[in-house]
Ligand binder design. Structure first.
Ligand SMILES: Cc1cc2nc3c(=O)[nH]c(=O)nc-3n(C[C@H](O)[C@H](O)[C@H](O)COP(=O)(O)O)c2cc1C
Length: 317
């Protein structure tokens, strides 16, 4: 049986989403939380760690993720996470967004192998174990030729690879040829992540990479939350739309309690629908209607009518 990890999606897979997801849909073994940024000094606002507090994460095991280029600051935060009970933290070397990457963090760290090596040497003194989530490079998969030997110097719990370049953002194909090279050369356990959107995409990847036992899935599971269960051989419920309806109702209610101001709630629910609409036959129509709503009352009305109309839904798009 493969091990399946829910990918971190900042602004979407917070503790409320992760917990509600796990309460409604089987299949995921664990998850990585969206990244935490490091900070100067040794004090942190409580709100910053709220997403990874163990009491908020009892349903689905979580590993916190840190994005940073400052080793001392990384160690301060990793130590706090260790004190909360975490054995492992994940380092984000994949974030492609220019605001992050242009400052040499996330995938923006990858073109600086010497700096990265020194950074890794230093953070290895943290009390936590380390896993890494990376892309193939920032601009060129040839960056891997220097990066892989560096990763191999350190005993990582796992090396999660999203086989795109930072500059690609989420466009273009995943580069399975370069992923295969990483797999051949890695002395750390490798986890595959990227574009697993249907059972068939998982099946063909697992046939191509039979030594991979652990897979990370993000957008594909947000679009079809039954996907991890399907991969694990679970049978779909008789009425999947009813389960999706319940899932939505619980998310809407929990976010309503959590988020001050209708604007935040509306923004969050629109973000969720960007993915959740994708397996409905009326995908574009419903998304457009939802995106147009300007207040919570209008949103509730649109969603109510949509679910009341017995919308067609399928595991394939
Ligand atoms: C909106 C959004 C937010 C993301 N936030 C994070 C993040 O906080 N940390 C991270 O490592 N990856 C982040 N990612 C990348 C995903 O974890 C994942 O690597 C990527 O979506 C590819 O996997 P998928 O095709 O299964 O979605 C984000 C992706 C998206 C689309």
């Amino acid at each position: 049986m493969p091990s399946l990890c829910l990918a971190p999606l900042r602004g979407l897979t917070d503790t409320t989403y992760r917990t509600t997801f796990a309460n409604h849909f089987p299949g995921f073994d664990d998850t990585i939380a969206p990244f935490l940024t490091t900070f100067q000094g040794t004090r942190v606002k409580a709100a910053k760690l709220a997403d990874v507090l163990p009491e908020n994460n009892s349903t689905l095991p979580v590993t916190p993720q840190i994005i940073s280029k400052d080793a001392d600051q990384f160690i301060v935060l990793a130590t706090m996470l260790h004190d909360l009970g975490y054995e492992t933290v994940n380092l984000n070397l994949g974030c492609p967004y220019p605001m992050v990457a242009n400052k040499g963090r996330g995938s923006g760290f990858l073109p600086f192998p010497d700096k990265l090596e020194k950074f890794l040497e230093k953070i290895m003194t943290s009390p936590t174990k380390l896993s890494i989530k990376t892309r193939l490079g920032r601009r060129d998969p040839a960056e891997l030729n220097t990066l892989m030997p560096i990763f191999n110097r350190f005993p990582l719990t796992e090396l999660i690879i999203h086989p795109r370049l930072g500059v690609q953002m989420y466009k273009g194909q995943v580069d399975l040829y370069s992923f295969a090279r990483c797999l051949e050369t890695s002395s750390n356990p490798v986890v595959y992540n990227g574009d697993i959107t249907e059972l068939s995409s998982y099946t063909s990847l697992s046939e191509r990479f039979p030594t991979i036992t652990r897979w990370m899935i993000g957008r594909g599971a947000l679009a079809n939350p039954f996907l991890p269960g399907q991969i694990k051989g679970e049978i779909l419920p008789e009425d999947p739309v009813a389960v999706l309806h319940d899932f939505h109702a619980e998310l809407f209610s929990l976010y309503g309690e959590k988020m001050a101001g209708g604007g935040h709630l509306l923004g969050r629910m629109k973000g969720i629908w960007f993915y959740l609409c994708q397996h409905f036959a009326a995908e574009e129509k419903i998304l457009k209607k939802i995106q147009k709503t300007k207040n919570i009352a209008a949103y509730e009305q649109v969603v109510h009518h949509f679910f009341a109309s017995s919308p067609a839904w399928s595991t394939t798009r």
